[in-house]
Design a protein around this ligand. Structure first.
Ligand code: UDX
Length: 472
């Protein structure tokens, strides 16, 4: 049977159930949403989570009930890994393996009734179907950009046109602009080299079907950032759309990423940042899933060293794939000899950072990111321009919008070489173009600030969402 933390006090309160996809980039917004709902709606929260990737009990918000699902299901074949992670394959396997354990867990949780609804990650169609069968209404949380769902909605039409999978892998074909999805190019719709077209099509079919059959779709974005794409989605899915982001700003849980972080955050970097000059530091992090090979690590290291730009670099314990040192929990063991000496006083390397606080720190002036949606949104919300190096899933779409629509960053393309890293770092941190990007990023930050204030678009959307939840 599923293990669980002790039951809440007997008094019957309104309860919302949640089931995040078990990855950092999905767990964070779901728990931030939990914080926002609890703060405003007098609601209790039960978080179902995959047993293999559970939030650390020591860091879990104590006010929620956590229920582990799928105890004993081996994690190794469920998780995506590697530089071209097969995210779609992992999603299909998770749905397949956790569906029956979830049926049991939900039936037990719902034994006494009282749940208003299940808020489910949009990738967890299997869990949503279980809820539907048991008569529990569902809301879907999209943790990605609205732009990404617009692209996903176009996937079947692009397949019918013979564009997906791409008819050829020539650069000229992959670079083809998609007239129905400006500013995207065909290459932005190729989710990863290891994801089959069939798996991608199945995943997206499920995702769209789940969105359409839900009682509403919640987005971690805001109207002033993605108004046109949100409008398109509202027309296409036929259910209410709630753009309530940026969730990390709206969440009442202070230190929300700390509590939902699967890795322990090294906070000493904040003291180091305190000693740096304003807007001088390049923050470098590739999120929780992307990995690079040893040669790329070496080029990145020497590129940062050669740029002369101060940097804070997150080298996760599993950042380097297939490395003899990849099992090491000590980040610095993976770095080239002489690197620490060459960058002493100008650079800091940590295994995992308190990213919101880092991006909001006055010393941070740029972010080299893999363009995961949380990282992109967190950067935008602090007015920090970006160097983008997307690898898989929605990251290419996010990069394209950062570069072409919001113009707050640029892509670092092609093979990773130290000379290119140096130039990119200097362009963002010291050049005129970087300054212009920073100004535009500051404008977006102001808009993000406004949308969560009284009468702001996200604030109003939360009120609507709460009304919807109370109506169930
Ligand atoms: C993944 C995919 O990369 C992404 O494309 C998809 O949108 C969501 O799933 P992830 O790789 O983890 O997500 O990236 P991202 O969406 O940026 O989320 C990373 C989260 O980890 C952010 O909320 C960030 O604040 C946090 N983080 C990152 C830390 O707390 N510390 C760090 O050092 C790095």
């Amino acid at each position: 049977p599923p293990t669980q933390t002790p039951a809440a006090p007997a008094a019957r309160r309104r309860r919302v159930l949640m089931f995040p996809l078990p990855f950092q980039g999905h767990l964070n917004p779901m728990l931030q949403l939990a914080g926002a709902l609890r703060a405003r709606g007098d609601l209790d929260v039960t978080v179902f989570h995959a047993a293999f990737d559970a939030p650390d009990p020591a860091r879990r918000p104590p006010e929620y009930r956590f229920v582990a699902v799928g105890e004993g299901v081996p994690s190794a074949d469920l998780l995506p890994s590697g530089s071209d992670a097969d995210f779609a394959g992992a999603v299909l396997r998770i749905n397949d393996r956790l569906r029956e354990p979830f049926r049991q867990a939900l039936a037990e949780e719902e034994g006494g009734g009282g749940a208003r609804c299940l808020v489910v990650d949009s990738n967890l169609r299997g869990m949503q179907l279980v809820a539907e069968e048991l008569g529990v209404p569902t809301l879907v949380l999209r943790t990605g950009a609205a732009a990404c769902l617009v692209a996903y909605l176009a996937f079947p039409a692009l397949s019918d046109k013979g564009l997906l999978p791409p008819p050829s892998h020539d650069e000229s074909v992959l670079d083809m602009p998609l007239e129905e999805l400006p500013p995207l190019r065909l290459r932005d719709m190729v989710f990863s080299a290891t994801t089959s077209h069939a798996n991608m099509a199945r995943c997206l079919d499920d995702l769209v079907a789940g969105t359409r059959s839900s009682s509403g779709v919640i987005f971690n974005t805001f109207q002033d950032l993605e108004g046109p794409d949100l409008h398109k989605i509202a027309g296409a899915v036929g259910v209410p759309v709630y753009p309530i982001g940026p969730l990390h700003k709206i969440s009442s849980t202070t230190g929300a990423t700390e509590t939902s972080s699967l890795l322990s955050q090294d906070r000493t970097c904040l003291e180091w940042l305190d000693r740096q000059e304003e807007a001088s530091v390049l923050y470098v992090s590739f999120g929780s899933l992307v990995s690079i090979d040893e040669a790329e690590l070496v080029e990145t290291a020497w590129g940062l060293a050669g740029s002369q730009v101060p940097f804070l670099w997150v080298v996760r314990h599993n950042l380097v794939s297939r490395s003899s040192s990849s099992s090491s929990r000590h980040a610095s063991l993976q770095l080239p000899d002489g690197f620490a000496e060459a960058t002493e006083g100008r650079g800091m390397v940590v295994p995992w950072a308190p990213q919101h606080e880092v991006l909001g720190h006055r010393s941070v002036g740029g972010f080299w990111t893999h363009s995961g949606w949380n990282s992109t949104l967190e950067s935008v919300c602090e007015g920090v321009p970006m160097i983008c190096r997307p690898r898989f899933a929605d990251q290419m779409i996010n990069m394209r919008y950062v570069q072409e629509v919001w113009r707050v960053g640029f892509e670092l393309e092609g093979g990773l070489e130290r000379g290119k890293v140096e130039m990119a770092a200097r362009k963002l941190m010291c050049g005129e173009e970087g300054r212009e990007m920073r100004k535009r990023a500051m404008d977006l930050r102001d808009k993000a600030d406004k949308c969560i204030k009284e009468e702001g678009s996200s604030k109003s959307a939360i009120e609507m969402l709460l009304k919807r939840i109370m109506s169930f």
